[in-house]
Every structure is written in structure tokens, then in C-alpha cells.
Design a binder for this molecule. Structure first.
Ligand code: CMP
Length: 143
């Protein structure tokens, strides 16, 4: 299977609960490697731009408001089949539907405050990674 990079955000609820380390531990235990990481408090424009694909959805305004309510941890994750592996570790978008042991089942309270974001395809991973990181900021693992 191919080595991929995917994009992750630990959202303001997870950061506010001081669960950055606990979540990264789950990622590392699943074989994913952090190849870039940055704390950032998104501006309204940055959050709207990142979630532009959802701008016609009824939840867009609340989503943006939530995403700018506190700092987030943006990360690039690398590994075999990383896009799907990370989605499996995160669990379903709505924590009520997330399998036991997944990040959203264990750390999220609602579909609106669901602890983590992850790219849904390799194509979108490239777009989302480029939104937050320069190519030179990604550190592919050599060991
Ligand atoms: P995320 O993976 O970050 O992508 C968009 C976010 O919108 C999603 O996680 C949810 O937190 C939020 N959201 C709120 N309501 C919905 C909904 N009905 N369907 C999908 N996403 C929703």
C-alpha cells in the first residue's frame, strides 16, 4: 500500500479539554506519523476559506463560529493508507455513531463539536495540507 499524507485538525473542543497529547497518542499507536504540526487560532476568513465547500449548508455559520472559538492544532500525518487509517481512527462525523474506541466516540460531545477533522480523500488532503503548510514545512519520516 502507498505511503500517503493526510491533514488533521484537532478542534477547539479537544484543545480546550487538554486532549492534544491523548489524541496524538492514538494516532501514533495506529501507525500514523506526525510530519508537521502547528497551533493556530483561526481568523473568521481562514475558517470560512477552509470550510468553503460547506458554505451553502445550514450548519456553516455555527461551524465557523466554533472553529474560531479557540486555538486548533493543525497537523500533517503520514503513513500507509493514511487518509483511510486516520478516518477509521477518528470514527464517524457524529460521535453518536462513532465506534467505541475511536477519537470522536471518546473525546467528542456532538456533531458540531466533534474533536477532530480529517481529509476525506487523497485529493482533498493535498488541498487542505497546502492551506496550512508550505511544502518545506512537511518533514517526511526517514526513520
Ligand atoms: P468536519 O469533518 O470538520 O467537516 C465539517 C464539519 O461540519 C463536520 O466535521 C462537523 O463537525 C460539522 N457538521 C455539523 N453538522 C453537520 C452535518 N449535518 N453533516 C456534516 N457535518 C456537520
Amino acid at each position: 500500500m502507498a505511503i500517503e499524507q493526510t491533514f488533521s485538525i484537532l478542534k477547539p473542543d479537544a484543545v480546550g479539554k487538554n486532549k492534544i497529547g491523548a489524541i496524538i497518542q492514538r494516532l501514533e499507536e495506529s501507525g500514523l506519523k506526525v510530519v508537521a504540526a502547528r497551533m493556530i487560532h483561526l481568523s473568521q476568513k481562514e475558517a470560512e476559506g477552509f470550510y468553503a465547500v460547506h458554505r451553502e449548508r445550514g450548519f456553516f455559520a455555527d461551524l465557523v463560529k466554533f472553529m474560531i472559538s479557540g486555538p486548533v492544532m493543525a497537523m500533517a500525518l503520514e503513513g500507509e493508507n493514511a487518509v483511510q487509517v486516520y478516518r477509521d481512527v477518528m470514527g464517524a462525523t457524529n460521535p453518536k455513531n462513532a465506534a467505541p474506541g475511536t477519537i470522536r466516540a471518546d473525546f467528542a460531545d456532538s456533531i458540531d463539536e466533534n474533536a477532530a477533522h480529517g481529509s476525506d480523500s487523497l485529493e482533498n488532503a493535498k488541498i487542505e495540507l497546502a492551506y496550512f503548510f508550505r511544502t518545506t514545512e512537511l518533514c517526511p519520516r526517514t526513520r
